[in-house]
Design a protein around this ligand. Structure first.
Ligand SMILES: *[C@@H]1O[C@H](CO)[C@@H](O)[C@H](O)[C@H]1NC(C)=O
Ligand SMILES: *[C@@H]1O[C@H](CO)[C@@H](O)[C@H](O)[C@H]1NC(C)=O
Ligand SMILES: *[C@@H]1O[C@H](CO)[C@@H](O)[C@H](O)[C@H]1NC(C)=O
Length: 251
């Protein structure tokens, strides 16, 4: 076969266009991560007062801390702040913007390699848009899965999400002890392609980001202190907000 054969030229063209669309360092999946405040706070000793799934982050599947000179600037997302405070709260420090700054530096600067997310406003507003579109709380409610003292089976929860969205989520729990008879629902990931259409999450996917501690205060969020993929057989506890006890009410 000669080097300039149409087939080879064709192949070369296909390859080069593939590289233009998707350079090797470019992410191919976005992971929209929600956490359940009661579970998070049971690990981190905060006082949960929120009874809906909140945003943890929007993570590309490739890269962390991609541009350290691109500083977080909250005045660029001023119009988003009311929604950010509600939907993406810093559960450890509700009045601080530190969590958003951390997520921007670690994940946003990498997501920003795509033209569709190449500003702080684009990144945070897309995360909020996807979060509201997914609307995890009402989907779970629709399937009668609500925070409760009774336990659910894992297939019940996974099945509801999978049936509704038509893609596989990644669902993480904490396992209070090795042979515990219950696991606690903690984190739910829904995945998207570069065009923001839903994609399957890979169950065993390990985010490099999760294991790359850099010694700051937010390690708790990304390491998620003991979250792991829920198993299929252990009953699942979806914890309601802690009730005020009788003694609390008397004071
Ligand atoms: C939860 O508490 C924090 C601070 O204590 C407060 O800023 C926030 O508005 C509360 N959130 C809700 C949903 O009540
Ligand atoms: C990093 O961010 C700065 C500030 O926005 C920008 O000027 C620079 O081009 C970015 N560098 C890369 C490699 O994207
Ligand atoms: C933050 O963004 C605002 C609005 O774009 C700009 O006026 C300001 O100079 C920026 N601040 C910093 C420290 O870059």
């Amino acid at each position: 076969m000669r080097l300039d054969s149409p087939l080879l030229l064709c192949l070369a063209a296909a390859l080069s266009s593939a590289f233009v669309i998707s350079p090797p360092h470019m992410w191919t999946k976005l992971i929209l991560t929600h956490h359940w405040p009661s579970t998070f706070c049971s690990m981190e000793h905060c006082h949960p007062n929120i009874s809906f799934w909140t945003l943890h982050g929007l993570w590309p599947d490739k890269g962390i801390n991609c541009n350290s000179s691109w500083h977080f600037n909250s005045s660029q997302i001023e119009d988003l702040l009311p929604d950010m405070k509600k939907s993406w709260p810093d559960l450890l420090n509700p009045l601080s913007s530190g969590f958003w700054k951390y997520e921007w530096h670690k994940h946003g600067t990498c997501a920003a390699r795509a033209a569709s997310l190449n500003s702080q406003h684009k990144y945070f507003s897309k995360a909020l848009e996807l979060y509201h579109k997914v609307d995890l709380d009402s989907i779970l409610k629709k399937f009668d899965i609500t925070p409760s003292e009774k336990y659910y089976t894992f297939p019940q929860i996974e099945g509801a999400i999978e049936n509704f969205y038509g893609v596989k989520p990644k669902i993480q729990c904490i396992h209070p002890s090795k042979n515990a008879d219950v696991q606690v629902l903690g984190q739910i990931e829904i995945c998207f392609g570069p065009d923001f259409t839903l994609l399957d999450c890979e169950k065993q996917f390990t985010m490099e980001a999760m294991y790359e501690g850099n010694g700051d205060n937010f390690i708790a969020f990304d390491k998620a202190s003991g979250f792991s993929v829920c198993d299929h057989v252990t009953p699942v506890y979806y914890p309601p907000l802690p009730q005020l006890t009788h003694t609390h009410r008397l004071h």
